[in-house]
Design a protein around this ligand. Structure first.
Ligand code: ADP
Length: 370
């Protein structure tokens, strides 16, 4: 078991609040990523879970036991550090067995356990070599193996992919997800890379300035961001965000984005009226939610006219920069072959967006109204 509860967890360094009242439960057996920009409090949160940092306030519990005052070795967890900290003068086997040796586990049991884990990690033929003779990805596995052999309830990983080149990074991240699924241990992994988090996490804890911005399923963060920070941080390219006015004359509510207007379909009138208290709003639309309208649009799909100012091609998808009369171009991202074949620079088109994919934010606080 490895359920982790963070109860109002707070860390202050003098006047700086590095982690501010983080209050979440990380499910047993999940792969959870702590995500956010540099300095947002990710490592401090991880280090408080590990017991390497003492909270100013709040508690850490593992499986309903409060461990806030326990030293790291008394917590049933293991941490994989960014710099791996492998000993080159010892063999891979000795590196991996280190924790077991410290725990006084008999040699034959150490060997059995190391060999079992080495097989899972596919480094069983490297056990008698020095880590210095291995590739970056293999060294990463040794560091992970050293944690896994002790069969902790929780594995903590601090930016484990950051020193790897782009291709190896993708391989290793899929490998981490596979290993985690196979052994079922709770993984808590710190990253600043939203694509890593989106691709493999079961749960994402997105922090900014020490505060939770959103905690949940990657798809929820993508489809239903709590605020503009989440909307902007998650997704490539970022969500299109615009200053706009919400207008309701009692009949047809619409959004005036300056260069174009979006009529709100009837089925959404009540939601808009109940949730949007101001005229000034920000609106957001994900690039992959914009698409050329068929037959010039329909009443249940808001649409607007735009011209294509530039196209970026990626082979598997195109990004269309759309001039719709607003200060900055909007981006439409599509992998639809029909669109890729038929739409090019300087074309005029009508673009539609599902009403579910129009996000309306409080322009002051950035929180989502809808
Ligand atoms: P992240 O891992 O998201 O980059 P950190 O958790 O390392 O962020 O740091 C959060 C904030 O706390 C940063 O502003 C950082 O400068 C500050 N901080 C971290 N450790 C200390 C420390 N030991 N003393 C003072 N400030 C610290």
């Amino acid at each position: 078991m490895g359920e982790i509860k963070l109860d109002n967890l707070t860390k202050e360094y003098g006047d700086l609040v590095a982690v501010n009242s983080v209050d979440i439960t990380i499910p047993d057996g999940s792969y959870t990523m702590i995500l956010g920009p540099s300095g947002c409090g990710k490592s401090t949160t991880l280090r408080m879970i590990a017991g390497l940092e003492t909270p100013t306030r709040g508690d850490v519990s593992i499986d309903d036991e409060i461990v806030t005052d326990l030293p790291p070795r008394k917590r049933d967890l293991s941490m994989v550090f960014q710099n791996l900290a492998l000993w080159d003068h010892k063999s891979v086997r000795e590196n991996m067995a280190f924790g077991l040796e410290m725990d006084g586990v008999p040699k034959n049991e150490q060997n059995e356990q190391v060999e079992r884990i080495a097989e899972i990690l596919q480094i069983e033929d490297k056990l008698d070599q020095s880590p210095a003779a291995l590739s970056g990805g293999q060294q990463q596995r040794v560091a992970l193996g050293r944690s896994l052999v002790r069969e902790p309830d929780v594995i903590l990983l601090d930016e484990p992919l950051s020193s790897l080149d782009a291709k190896l990074r993708l391989e290793m991240r899929a490998e981490l997800a596979r290993i985690q699924q196979r052994i079922g241990t709770t993984f808590v992994h710190v990253t600043h890379n939203q694509e890593d988090a989106m691709s493999i996490a079961d749960e994402i804890l997105l922090l900014n300035n020490g505060q939770i911005q959103q905690y949940g399923d990657p798809i929820d963060l993508f489809e239903d961001p709590n605020n503009e920070f989440v909307a902007n941080f998650i997704g490539t390219p970022s969500m299109n965000l615009l200053d706009a006015t919400y207008v309701d004359d009692g009949e047809q509510p619409y959004i005036d984005a300056g260069g174009f207007q979006l009529a709100i379909p009837e089925a959404y009138h009540d939601i808009y009226r109940e949730n949007i208290p101001s005229r000034d709003v920000h609106i957001g639309m994900r690039p992959n939610k914009l698409r050329p309208a068929r037959n010039g649009g329909t009443p249940d799909m808001p649409s607007f006219d735009a011209s294509v100012s530039m196209v970026e091609t990626f082979g598997d998808a195109n990004w269309y920069y759309l001039d719709a009369g607003t200060d900055e171009d909007l981006i439409m991202k599509t992998a639809d072959e029909d669109v890729i074949q038929s739409v090019s620079t300087h074309d005029d088109l009508t673009v539609s967006v599902s009403p579910d994919a129009i996000h309306v934010f409080d322009p002051e606080k950035g929180e989502a109204y809808t």
